[in-house]
Unconditional design. Structure first.
Lengths: 657, 107
């Protein structure tokens, strides 16, 4: 049965590669060029000049002649991918042999050391979005990307100081275990489980969509085939290997990522003669960067005396609204700590001391990596130039890969192509590892909380528990594939941000009160989780993150009017401009009568991040519901939980079976 | 389960437990507030106080950039400080308490 499933999925993975031999039918609008030997580089010239954000790209003269596509050596890239798949599959087979109880499956039998768990947590946080997204943000907007990184490292303070040890002491496999400690209500388990699944799916979708886009851009594999291939691999990994395999895949990937960051940042520093101040001087002196900054600031002509190069090194080029900043900050500092797949990691170590150690180890790893990423971002801006980066991907997501190819010697050189292929494969491993952790967390919530504790009333033998968990991971994986295909055009960062905001507004207040507030009860848990989640999603639905067709139409109309005015004045439009005009007219016609998903013409809520509204509402609702429906029995149970979570008495129960 | 016979309320109100919990909370919440405050100062200051944040400190490096770097150093320092304090103070106290619980159970 096991081997059958395994060969089935491996077959489908290779099938998706075979599919890749046919060139992709239609590239997405963001995909400027698909890197594949069969597909000629299709430059989309209308994409850049038409966006108000990037007028700088047209102003750039410096490296204008360079080709607008990512040249990869497919042989190298595919071999590297196969090595990664073979290595991880080996781990899964090894781990599946020692997985026989539920504790093995969900928590690796409590046998992961603090050091190992630290690497694995670092792996959970260093997703492809972190690596590629932040490098891109920095390469286009300077230290604002670095400020974003600070959110990640600061979120660890909450994990370290408030969450890690009490969770290790009080929990078993899931958040549901901690919440259900005092409450015997089945509704609490059910809601906790649903909440974990919803959050993980949002987070997971962001990773899946990113994976699909990356594979499409790098290997020329069609989006759908990539999603199915990645999803199938992950189902096998999680279903067979459980927590032990997931942890080891995560550790190896984190090590690969650290190595990559180290090699690339040393190469960049070496190129600047290991002179850090000189490196920043050259960044500020770069004509391409200066032009780009002028474009971002929408100065049509250079203001005399304004130091555009220095502006690139200053904060606030990307983040401009202080309220939005606070909102984002809240999502990070409260949200990351309650992510189900992160919490679950603390149940894999034997005691609170190891839990603490694992957080400290991961803080040093993640911090070091984020600082290295900042060199990659600045290096990409200096050596690859923002114009080249946006030409390949408007969001800058390819910057990390482009700088890898550059420091290796550039496109076409063996070292350049090898390094690029290596970094691509690492990015792929990252996606596999992070999604595996998420699928495992969701399947634990379904199998352990929903099936074993709600349906079976806590009575199910080990064999059944594991079987159910495997089936659950299969279903979660299948759902991830279907949604991943459906959400192709959603903004990735938005999905991850949404997951963080939901956790900060719903799971975090409930978790904190469950651990530290005597009067807290089932009513508070259910109200907090449900209202917190619903409010966050509702605010997001009316926020500027959604697509507002009328706004697109208005922007397109502006372009049309400007072009027509130019034509009326007697100027002859270049081919590029004619294409832009055509596209703008089409955009206008398609969008002028549309409304957003919830039927709005314009956003009701002005900020991109819902946290500043949803977090206080989440806390308030939780408190009010608790006070309204007092439950003496649950209050009496508090002392036991309180003593246990402070002292760690009785935790060995979960670790040894 | 035998553990049900433990008088949890008695342990929760035991002076040693109360002392440990208070000391731990004061320490942990204090550190968390320090970290969180400095983070929000960065987020808000970066936009509302460009004068200060754009001041060049070393070469081309400005205050804002160095403040970001400082956040990393601060987080690491908090992590190390917390580990030391736990190993030296909290862990031995916790051990005493667990022994107390076991004694209580055996009675």
């Amino acid at each position: 049965m096991r081997t059958l499933l395994f060969s089935l999925v491996i077959g489908s993975v290779f099938g998706s590669w075979a599919l890749a031999a046919t060139p992709p039918a239609k590239p997405t609008p963001q995909t400027v060029a698909v890197a594949s030997t069969q597909t000629p580089a299709v430059a989309a010239p209308s994409a850049l000049p038409a966006t108000p954000n990037n007028p700088g790209a047209t102003a750039a003269k410096a490296p204008a002649a360079a080709p607008k596509k990512m040249q990869t050596n497919r042989g190298f890239t595919i071999s590297m991918f196969l090595v990664i798949i073979a290595a991880t599959a080996g781990i899964v087979v090894w781990a599946s042999k020692s997985t026989s109880t539920a504790a093995d499956y969900y928590a690796a039998g409590g046998g992961i050391s603090g050091m190992q768990n630290g690497w694995a947590i670092a792996g959970d946080f260093l997703s492809a979005a972190t690596f590629l997204g932040i490098t891109g943000l920095m390469s286009l907007f300077g230290p604002d990307g670095f400020m974003y990184s600070v959110g990640i490292i600061i979120s660890f303070l909450t994990i370290l100081l408030i969450i890690a040890e009490p969770c290790r002491n009080a929990g078993k496999y899931t958040l549901g275990d901690i919440l259900a400690f005092r409450s015997s209500s089945k509704a609490v388990r059910a809601v906790a489980s649903l909440s974990a699944v919803v959050v993980s799916i949002f987070y997971l979708l962001g990773q899946m969509v990113g994976a699909g886009k990356l594979m499409q851009l790098l290997l020329g594999i069609p989006y759908k085939a990539s999603i199915i291939g990645v999803g199938a691999l992950i189902i096998v990994y999680v279903a067979l290997g459980g927590m032990k395999a997931t942890t080891w895949v995560q550790i190896i990937k984190a090590a690969l990522l650290m190595f990559t960051g180290l090699v690339l940042s040393i190469a960049i520093l070496w190129k600047s003669g290991f002179n850090l101040l000189g490196f920043f001087d050259s960044v500020a002196a770069s004509q391409a960067i200066q032009d780009h900054v002028r474009g971002v600031m929408k100065h049509t002509t250079a203001e005399p005396g304004f130091d555009y190069g220095q502006r690139f090194l200053e904060l606030g080029l990307f983040f401009k609204n202080p309220l939005d900043q606070i909102s984002l900050g809240l999502a990070w500092i409260l949200g990351a700590a309650g992510l189900p797949h992160v919490m679950m990691r603390f149940f894999t170590v034997p005691n609170a001391k190891e839990a603490r150690k694992s957080v400290v180890v991961s803080m040093f790893l993640i911090g070091a990596f984020l600082i290295m990423v900042s060199f990659l971002g600045f290096g990409a801006a200096l050596y690859v130039t923002p114009q080249q980066i946006t030409a390949l991907d408007k969001g800058g997501n390819m910057a990390g890969l482009m700088i890898a190819q550059y420091v290796g010697g550039g496109a076409g050189t063996i070292a350049g192509d090898l390094l690029l292929a290596f970094v691509c494969a690492v990015a792929f491993a990252t996606i596999l590892a992070v999604v595996s952790g998420l699928v495992l967390a969701s399947s634990a919530a379904i199998a352990h909380d929903l099936y074993v504790n709600v349906v079976k009333g806590g009575k199910a033998d080990q064999g059944t528990q594991i079987k159910v968990a495997r089936v659950a991971s299969f279903f979660v994986g299948a759902v991830a594939i279907v949604l991943g295909i459906a959400c192709e055009n959603l903004n990735i960062a938005q999905l991850v941000g949404l997951a963080l905001a939901v956790v900060a507004s719903a799971n975090f207040p409930v978790l904190i009160f469950a651990l530290f507030w005597k009067r807290f009860n089932s009513a508070g848990i259910i109200a907090g989780l449900v209202v917190g989640t619903v409010v966050t999603i509702a605010v997001l639905m009316v926020s500027p993150n959604m697509t507002y067709p009328k706004k697109i139409a208005a922007d397109a109309q502006k372009v049309v009017l400007a072009m027509e005015k130019k034509q009326a004045a007697g100027a002859v439009l270049a081919e590029k401009e004619l294409k832009a005009l055509e596209k703008a007219r089409l955009d206008y016609a398609q969008n002028k009568n549309g409304t957003s998903l919830v039927g709005l013409d314009a956003p009701l809520f002005p900020l991109k991040n819902p946290g500043i509204v949803s977090v206080p509402i989440g806390f308030l609702v939780t408190i009010v519901a608790t006070l309204l429906f007092r439950n003496r029995r649950e209050e009496e149970m508090f002392e036991e939980l309180f003593v246990r979570q402070t002292t760690g008495y009785g935790v060995a129960k979960a670790a040894k079976h | 389960m035998a553990e049900m016979e433990i008088n949890w309320a008695a342990i929760a109100s035991h002076p040693k437990f109360v002392e440990l919990h208070r000391a731990k909370m004061r320490f942990l919440v204090g550190l968390w507030v320090v970290g969180a405050t400095s983070y929000f100062l960065l987020l808000i200051g970066a936009i509302t106080a460009p004068g200060l944040f754009n001041t060049k400190v070393i070469g081309r490096l400005n205050f804002g950039y160095l403040f970001c770097l400082f956040q990393f150093v601060l987080s690491w320092a908090i992590a190390v400080y917390y580990t030391r304090k736990s190993n030296k103070e909290f862990d031995p106290l916790t051990k005493e308490l667990v022994e107390l619980i076991i004694k209580e159970k055996s009675q």
